[in-house]
Write a new protein. Structure first.
Length: 366
């Protein structure tokens, strides 16, 4: 420093720090010429600050918010270090650090790499997560020792990377311990955040920091897994593929009529689409329950299925149906179905079964 700085240092007897607007400074060392401080100088510590005196690299007195006149009486640690047994009135050398104790909010965290989980429904899956957190300096002396050291302007960017790494590491432990299914994660963000905050707290406390808030904004699956889930959801919404195909075909007819190729031009495409839809329906539905449309049996177009005691039986050809009628297993009210019928009907309403039902006596008169 020049002569002007030296003179200014000798004249100034107020030690204070007004934090600049939009500042990210966590710790600020008060500048004085050769670190000389006048005995009797005024120390102003504002709310949200803590002042720490350092003598020759050794942490001394700590001051909370207030205004102090620096005398040997209110600097007990520094007086002991200096050996001022009988009072002292000359300028002395010491470094003064102002520590911002306020809360720092909207700090970001996120997983750089996916976290592997074992899901009870999907098996091993990879998830990513991100969110925000808030923290503040809880112990100014520990913070100065562990992080600031001799940095004259210690800013948040100097610690956020380390904090983010610590948070992500402990978050991975927390989400694993929570044992929540992937599809239920969105409804348990608060629970996961609480577990994570408990895991992260001790590591930050060792640096003189406290995690005051922790939020999970999103936990996502890989894009291909999300796409598969979307497809699964669409199939669940569509439901009956046969009805959906008919609806799509009906909607396509007006459009086809307006095209140069006409309806004939897209007939092959519609037929192929219906065939594919039929195959998908068969693969998805598997064995149909009683009361639903059973799959066709090759070479058995004239065979019928019967509804017996609420269950599907068959298929039976005409000879077998005649035997069922003689044995009482086929009555006029028995529900029947064959390929090409749109619904199950009583046997007496099916013309092809009238010959077999001729062997069944009519209902007794009442």
């Amino acid at each position: 420093m020049g002569l002007l700085d030296k003179l200014r240092g000798e004249l100034i007897d107020i030690i204070e720090w007004t934090e600049p607007a939009h500042s990210d400074i966590l710790a600020y060392r008060f500048p004085r010429y050769q670190n000389e401080i006048k005995m009797g100088a005024k120390l102003v510590v504002r709310e949200g600050q803590t002042a720490v005196f350092v003598n020759e690299g050794q942490l001394a007195d700590v001051y909370r918010p207030g205004t102090f006149t620096l005398q040997t009486e209110n600097m007990p640690i520094l007086s002991t270090i200096r050996g001022w047994k009988y009072g002292f009135h000359s300028p002395f050398k010491a470094e003064v650090y102002f520590i911002a104790m306020r809360q720092w909010t909207d700090l970001k965290w996120g997983t750089a790499n996916p976290i592997m989980l074992r899901d009870p429904e999907f098996g091993p899956v990879r998830v990513r997560a991100f969110g925000t957190y808030a923290m503040h300096v809880s112990d100014a002396a520990t913070f100065l020792r562990q992080l600031v050291a001799t940095d004259p302007n210690f800013e948040t960017y100097e610690i956020t990377n380390q904090l983010r790494n610590a948070i992500v590491s402990r978050f991975a432990d927390a989400i694993g311990q929570a044992k929540i299914a992937v599809l239920d994660l969105a409804g348990n963000y608060d629970k996961i955040a609480t577990v994570a905050r408990t895991q992260i707290g001790p590591e930050l406390a060792a640096m003189g920091l406290e995690l005051t808030a922790f939020y999970v904004e999103n936990i996502s699956l890989p894009a291909e897994v999300e796409q598969a889930l979307d497809t699964r959801t669409k199939m669940g919404v569509i439901g009956n593929l046969d009805q959906y195909t008919r609806y799509q075909t009906a909607n396509a007819i007006p459009t086809a009529a307006a095209n140069p190729g006409g309806i004939a031009g897209i007939g092959a495409g519609l037929g192929a689409g219906m065939a594919i839809a039929g195959q998908m329906a068969g693969a998805m539905q598997g064995q149909q329950p009683a009361g639903g449309a059973p799959p066709p049996v090759p070479g058995s177009s004239a065979s019928f299925f019967l509804a017996v005691d609420g269950k599907q039986a068959g298929p039976f050809d005409m000879n077998a149906l005649a035997g069922k009628a003689r044995e009482g297993g086929l009555t006029r009210q028995t529900l029947v179905w064959k390929q090409g019928m749109s619904a199950w009907l009583p046997a007496e309403q099916v013309p092809e079964l009238q010959a077999a039902l001729a062997q069944v006596p009519p209902p007794l008169p009442k």
